[in-house]
Design a protein around this ligand. Structure first.
Ligand code: LLP
Length: 419
């Protein structure tokens, strides 16, 4: 559910016509709805109400400071995967004791930064990383709180590029080697073993993979207990899918809670959940302007001013995003490819889409773009990155201004001999 709806044939973001936002902010622009974000966050909080838990928003989905402030004011924590994300989360006011840090390649610098920040725990992905954290914690004279990320070898049924919990994946410690790792961890002097972590993939549309993975992890936690290793935090990762309106019917957080909480009843854990997409995805849209309609050999193209540098998901995952007119018109229905201005055939937002024929200058909304939209955008083809706008009821605010040409040169230095 979201708060982008039509009134008199016009698309609104909460109480503001999208057209009005574009008059001020231009295109392409990401627009986010505060009320949708809050509703999605609260859906998790209410669903898991009966069990101790911390909800850690996965920053990679959308690290805009204003988005994070909305969530942190609600009590949300953060799942970060880099020093940069940790820096942003802290700046946005997320309290470090609600920050977990995953990722297969943490650098020494990042580890030291996280230790000094006193985060809740590292989700550790290898024995070598464990040793590095131990070494750095020793230098800083602190004990490093850790969970080990295990790879449960569970198929999550999602796109191969966003599955993470199979044998062939680089993520986590193979479950059959995890005991060995916990034994090492519990002997390292500067490590405090606090938890166990798993994350099996993203855009998961059934509860079964979560249940199957959890069963494996719980049985492993029992083994740990028999070796005297007691876990406090059970981090189940993120991954719940959202409707992109291509027939998906994902479970609600309530359904997820209903499926997994009964399994946890007997355990005195604090649950950590790391949702990204299911909080931010349908809280954002990308608005773009039609530049040129064009007829190809056997198809029609609608060329718009947003490209794969603005929204990469269709190009790399063949992901489906609904395309909706900002003002509905009764023009003829056509099938068209909606494509960007980038010099790559893979630069498209939608393929063979049945839409009302848009005219030049018309505005189109790419729906469900609040997660992995702006955060994956780039300057490819030397295109300034889009503006971001936050809507709050009848008001809206530019929360990141559009980049300028000058921004494209930021950080560059020309050596003297070329001047
Ligand atoms: N926790 C960990 C350790 C993760 O790796 C991820 C996502 C999440 C939580 C959040 O997952 P979510 O609730 O958002 O599904 N760029 C891709 C998605 C990559 C997800 C990577 N990890 C896309 O646009 O679909």
């Amino acid at each position: 559910m979201h708060d982008f709806t039509y009134k008199n044939s016009e698309l609104y973001a909460e109480g503001v016509p999208v057209r009005k936002i574009v008059e001020k902010a231009g295109t392409p622009t990401y627009i986010y709805s505060r009320s949708t974000l809050i509703r999605h966050y609260r859906a998790y909080r209410e669903a898991f109400d009966g069990y101790p838990h911390i909800i850690c928003f996965a920053l990679k989905a959308n690290p805009n400071t204003s988005i994070l402030k909305i969530l942190s004011k609600e009590g949300c924590g953060a799942d970060v995967v880099s020093g940069g994300e940790l820096f942003i989360a802290k700046k946005a006011g997320i309290s470090p004791e609600k920050i977990v840090y995953a990722g297969v390649g943490k650098t020494g610098e990042e580890i030291a930064f996280a230790l000094k920040s006193r985060i809740l725990m590292f989700n550790v992905e290898s024995a070598e990383e464990l040793k590095a954290i131990n070494r750095i914690a020793g230098k800083l004279k602190v004990k490093a709180p850790v969970a080990l990320r295990v790879n449960p070898d569970i198929a999550s049924g999602t796109h191969p590029y966003i599955s993470t919990g199979l044998k062939k994946h680089k993520f986590g410690i193979p479950l059959d080697k995890a005991l060995e790792h916990y034994k090492i961890a519990s002997k390292l002097p500067n490590i405090k073993v606090l938890g166990i972590h798993k994350h099996i993939g993203s855009q998961i549309l059934k509860t079964a993979p979560f249940v199957d993975a959890l069963k494996k992890v719980l049985s492993f936690a029992n083994t740990l207990k028999s070796y005297g290793i007691n876990i406090k935090y059970l981090d189940i990762g993120g991954g719940l899918g959202i409707p992109y309106n291509n027939g998906e019917a994902p479970p609600h957080p309530k359904d997820l809670a209903k499926a997994i909480l009964p399994l946890l009843k007997a355990y005195p854990f604090t649950l950590v959940i790391e949702p990204g997409r299911s909080i931010a995805g349908n809280a954002g849209i990308l608005v773009t302007k039609v530049l040129y309609p064009k007829k190809g050999f056997d198809r029609e193209f609608i060329i718009v001013d947003a490209g794969m540098n603005d929204l990469l998901r269709p190009s790399i995952y063949n992901a489906y995003h609904d395309i909706a007119p900002v003002v509905r018109k009764k023009t003829a229905k056509i099938f068209a490819d909606i494509v960007g201005p980038i010099c790559e055939s893979g630069d498209f937002l939608a393929k063979d889409r049945n839409i009302n024929r848009p005219e030049q200058e018309d505005l189109l909304a790419v729906m469900s773009a609040g997660a992995y939209g702006f955060s994956m955008s780039s300057n490819y083809n030397a295109r300034p990155r889009a503006a971001e706008v936050l809507v709050n009821g009848k008001e809206f605010f530019v929360i990141r201004k559009r980049e300028t040409y000058k921004d494209l040169l930021h950080g560059e230095k020309v050596p003297g001999f070329l001047k």
